[in-house]
Design a protein around this ligand. Structure first.
Ligand code: FMN
Length: 231
């Protein structure tokens, strides 16, 4: 593990010779009746098995990409969030709704989700529309979080500049004092969640010689159309 200081004497700038071969089972050839939710469920289960075996950390971590329309041209921005719940209605994550990502979703709710599970050489792309999770659902989940995270949610003004760690910690101590005698820390009004209602899935399985497997499922007129894509 490197320390935090940059080491300009040996920057690894040329990665062209870095390569490894991937492998994994082929995706189904017969795509009749392919159910992207069932496929997602199976792959997520495999990812959690990998975590149990110590080969993968945070299988529920996903890159959430949104569009920042305040730039000209508008640009995609990406960050990792944790999948907390999912079903056929969508994929839920929790965050500060007044963060940069919250502002972007407010302007343009079309987003992308991406899972990358290196030990399985698998990627899943999901695209869809983010909808705010109901207040009742948000508060129910907030109530399950560890107390430290609950208090931290009051102290953090996510995505806002801060002069120092000490300034943040001072605000954290203020929040701890404020809720010291309160059994259940309330959910801050700006803390919430989004449910990404999917209309596109792509399952990618790494294969030798970059001959990867890709299957895409797209929702149209209430039914999913599944297509095999070239690598
Ligand atoms: C493994 C991992 C999990 C994370 N989970 C969340 C999460 O569930 N919710 C969240 O708001 N931020 C999460 N973050 C932090 C975000 O990546 C990001 O820094 C933060 O949400 C601010 O993003 P924004 O400024 O684009 O709004 C996580 C980061 C990592 C690396």
């Amino acid at each position: 593990m490197s320390d935090h200081a940059p080491n300009p004497s040996t920057p690894r700038t040329d990665l062209r010779a870095e390569r490894m071969d991937y492998s994994g089972a082929l995706l189904p050839d017969d795509l009749a009746g392919f159910d992207p939710f069932a496929f997602f469920a199976a792959w997520l289960e495999d990812a959690f098995d990998e975590q149990t075996a110590g080969r993968l950390a945070e299988p529920a971590a996903m890159v959430m990409s949104s569009i920042d329309t305040s730039h000209e041209p508008a640009r995609a921005t990406a960050r990792v969030v944790l999948l907390k719940e999912w079903d056929r209605d969508g994929f839920v994550f929790y965050t500060h709704t007044d963060s940069a990502k919250g502002d972007q979703i407010g302007d343009n709710p079309g987003v992308g989700l991406l899972f990358w599970w290196p030990s399985l050489m698998r990627q899943i792309r999901i695209e869809g529309v983010a909808q705010p999770v109901s207040r009742a659902e948000v508060e129910e989940y907030f109530g399950q979080r560890p107390r430290g995270s609950q208090v931290g949610a009051w102290a953090s003004h996510q995505s806002r500049p801060r002069d120092s760690r000490a300034g943040f910690e001072a605000e954290l101590h203020e929040a701890e004092a404020r809720f010291a005698d309160v059994e259940q820390v309330p959910c801050p009004p700006q803390w919430g969640g989004y449910r990404v209602v999917p209309d596109l899935f792509e399952f990618w399985q790494g294969q030798p010689s970059r001959l990867h497997e890709r299957v895409q499922a797209v929702l149209g007129e209430g039914s999913w159309t599944t297509t095999r894509l070239d690598p």
